[in-house]
Design a protein around this ligand. Structure first.
Ligand SMILES: Cc1cc2nc3c(=O)[nH]c(=O)nc-3n(C[C@H](O)[C@H](O)[C@H](O)COP(=O)(O)OP(=O)(O)OC[C@H]3O[C@@H](n4cnc5c(N)ncnc54)[C@H](O)[C@@H]3O)c2cc1C
Length: 345
């Protein structure tokens, strides 16, 4: 059985073995068993942020299918929800909006599991989980123990954490602290504010924020739809490059005749530059076809899609062409956002 059936790209060859954990305690148990066999292990949940080699995975794939969440602490202003790793993320967001708990509403429509959200500090439309995650329960493969880590130990950054590209810890449950409020957090993202007909900084009913985000995302092929090949992706394939002041000035000079690259100031004088803009201006517009059944999404420049009988090899060749083209044109290096399994860019 190929892993293609378990990934949103619909790509990836077979593993040596596939096992499923439906309960939290089963996750650590199955990991211990695989360790006893000295097998490499790939933890896989929604398969929406992995690019798996056509050759598959030479070890055990553990499918995380634990479900459910419970309130573990509350006060007048907040509610702390403990969520099983395998809980589908968007179901959780829907439930929090319904309950009148604010903090993750702008992360509506993101595929995958709750347990994977800390891995790359999932974010969209001005929100990221680092703002609400207060701790995680993990199985530590180095010590064989189940332990808790606070948010500070998770080392959250832009699309990163201590967990990304590091299989030491498997997330078993995640604690999110949310606010009792039927209004959203202040809207930070200009495009979302426009869609809602409000100013940046305003707050809107939670349900309005959720549906506006889902509508915006659907227009970009960023909500999974089995009938739409534009959603057969990992979402954004590249992160936005973060440049120091010198590199940013050099980029602006090389881009002078194209206007100002869309960018956002970050810590320490850095600038985060729109990877979508760089890709488009380097000559890779929406719909750009690679060879072998892969293409840039017709709705979003950052999404590389498996259109029709594509392969991981073809997808990576397209990604390399884009990365190298952007580097030649602008001198900026793009890095992949998904985790590459048994393959490389
Ligand atoms: C259409 C589309 C839109 C997207 N939009 C966004 C977006 O707006 N913002 C964003 O940040 N991401 C986005 N993504 C990427 C993806 O949905 C998220 O990164 C999501 O959190 C991945 O969850 P998953 O369960 O599918 O993880 P998987 O793809 O199964 O795994 C991803 C990585 O996390 C590891 N992992 C999974 N579960 C665990 C666990 N319990 N413990 C330890 N490691 C684990 C895996 O080993 C792998 O390395 C999008 C993807 C798609 C397809």
């Amino acid at each position: 059985m190929r892993l293609a059936g378990y990934t949103t790209l619909r790509l990836g060859g077979a593993p040596r073995q596939l096992v499923t954990a439906t309960r939290t305690d089963e996750i650590s148990q199955k990991l211990r068993e695989a360790e006893l066999r000295a097998e490499p292990v790939l933890v896989l949940a929604g398969g929406s942020n992995v690019v798996v080699a056509d050759e598959g995975f030479p070890g055990t794939v553990l499918l995380v299918r634990s479900r459910g969440f419970e309130v573990v602490a509350e006060d007048e202003a907040t509610v702390t929800v403990r969520v099983a790793a395998g809980e589908p993320w968007d179901d959780l967001v829907a439930a929090t909006v319904e309950a009148g708990w604010s903090g993750v509403e702008c992360l509506s429509g993101i595929p995958g599991s709750a347990g994977a959200t800390p891995i790359q500090n999932v974010g969209a439309y001005g929100q990221e989980v680092a703002e609400t995650v207060v701790g995680v329960e993990v199985y530590d493969r180095l010590t064989g123990e189940v332990t808790r880590m606070g948010a500070a130990e998770c080392g959250f950054g832009y699309r990163s954490s201590v967990f990304k590209y590091n299989d030491r810890w498997t997330v078993l449950t995640v604690d999110f602290r949310l606010f009792r409020s039927t209004l959203s957090a202040p809207v930070r993202y200009a495009e979302l504010a426009r869609a809602l007909g409000v100013e940046v900084g305003d707050r809107v009913p939670l349900g309005d924020a959720r549906s506006a985000v889902r509508t915006l995302r659907a227009g970009k092929g960023m909500v999974l739809d089995p009938a739409d090949p534009d959603t057969r992706s990992v979402g954004s394939f590249f992160t936005n490059p973060v440049l120091d002041a010198g590199a940013y000035e050099a980029l602006r000079e090389r881009a002078a005749e194209l206007g100002e690259p869309p960018s956002w100031p970050g810590a320490g004088g850095t600038m985060k530059v729109s990877a979508a803009w760089l890709i488009d201006k380097a000559g890779y517009p929406k719909g750009y076809q690679g060879s072998g059944g892969v293409a840039i999404s017709s709705k979003h420049t950052l999404a590389l899609t498996n259109r029709n009988g594509g392969s991981t090899g073809a997808l990576l060749a397209l990604a390399r062409e884009i990365r190298d083209g952007v580097h030649d044109r602008f001198g900026a290096t793009l890095y992949p956002e998904p985790v590459l399994v048994n393959c490389a860019l």
